[in-house]
Ligand binder design. Structure first.
Ligand code: CAA
Length: 286
């Protein structure tokens, strides 16, 4: 396969993890963010993770250097002009994503593929905002990206076989397990996961057990690495709320309606780990 040029747009937790994953597998990536110092901060975070992996004898110093050398900070979307693949991992707002893709349409070459890491926005609708719906696909990674082996591949109505096959193959090359999913609200991962999380929140709301109790039941009884409430905090309660609403609107079924307690947490700005408070308090001295 020829050497690929890849750009990851969005240097948050997901974008950074995606860039790290490609870089670890030997691909050169540009990391771009509309906030100028975000890529630099994210690379510092990645370096910390890699240093920990060296201490654990998981990787060598050389692996670390190679990975970091493969990630280039980009300060202009114009760097996309020679890219074969753009992986978008920006804010989950369809208008903001559409603006980005419209801008990219004026920069990229004819063969460039767009892969969106959206966790719930409709791929067909996003693709329709671009000039290349056949070269548009959902490539949904999971947090923490370098650790989680799944990637959900969502085909829009117009996604070509060529695009799908290219993304399927590259997913395997970066050591992910790709699973094909149709473009339906919540895809598969969130359709199943968020209903479980919502149900756990209902259990808190109804006082059936304590937050810790509910999480322990799912961890010890079901062997989940995190309980559903801890996981909701990890994902972000605003994200959980938005995904449930997208499914509620998309299917029109009550089973997807966010629990009123979740809405209250989001209103309070108790969004989970990222704000220091969610179902758990992350600011506590230990
Ligand atoms: N970046 C890279 N590596 C990370 C990391 C990060 N941000 N956070 C943790 N890790 C690595 C650690 O270095 C460690 O690596 P080794 O095993 O090689 O040593 C490994 O992950 C385990 O970490 P810890 O030992 O610190 O902690 P842990 O054993 O408690 O595991 C966890 C942490 C991997 C996050 C685990 O709790 C887990 O799997 N939780 C469930 C995560 C999950 O369900 N994610 C999906 C969320 S949904 C989503 O992302 C998509 C969506 O649409 C909402």
């Amino acid at each position: 396969m020829k050497k690929l040029n890849i750009m990851v747009i969005g240097a948050g937790q997901m974008g950074g993890g995606i860039a790290q994953t490609f870089a670890q597998s030997g691909y050169k990536v540009y990391l771009y963010d509309s906030i100028e110092d975000a890529p630099k901060k994210r690379i510092e975070f990645i370096e910390n993770i890699l240093n920990k992996n060296i201490q654990k004898n998981k990787i060598s110093e050389k692996d670390k250097v190679n990975t970091l050398n493969n990630i280039n900070i980009s300060t202009s979307l114009k760097d996309a002009k020679d890219c074969d693949l753009i992986v978008e991992a920006i804010i989950e707002d369809i208008d903001i994503k559409a603006d980005l893709f419209r801008e990219l349409d004026n920069i990229v070459n004819d063969n460039c593929i767009y892969a969106s890491n959206t966790s719930s926005l409709p791929i067909t609708e996003l693709a329709s905002k671009t000039k290349r719906a056949d070269k548009f696909i959902g490539m949904h990674f999971f947090n923490p990206v370098p650790v989680m082996t799944l990637v959900e591949l969502i085909r829009g109505l117009a996604t070509s076989d060529e695009t799908f096959n290219f993304i399927f193959e590259i997913s395997k090359k970066i050591n992910k397990y790709p699973v094909y999913v149709k473009d339906f609200p919540g895809f598969i991962s969130n359709r199943v996961l968020q209903v479980m999380i919502n149900e756990a929140i209902y259990c808190v709301h109804e006082g059936i057990s304590s937050i810790e109790g509910i999480d322990e039941i799912m961890k010890r009884g079901m062997n989940h690495p995190m309980g559903p409430l801890e996981l909701a905090d990890f994902i972000g309660l605003d994200t959980v709320y938005n995904i449930l609403n997208i499914m509620y609107e998309g299917f029109g079924q009550e089973k997807y309606k966010p629990c009123p307690l979740l809405k209250q947490y989001v209103t309070m700005g108790w969004l989970g780990k990222k704000t220091g408070r969610g179902f758990y308090n992350y600011n506590k001295e230990v």
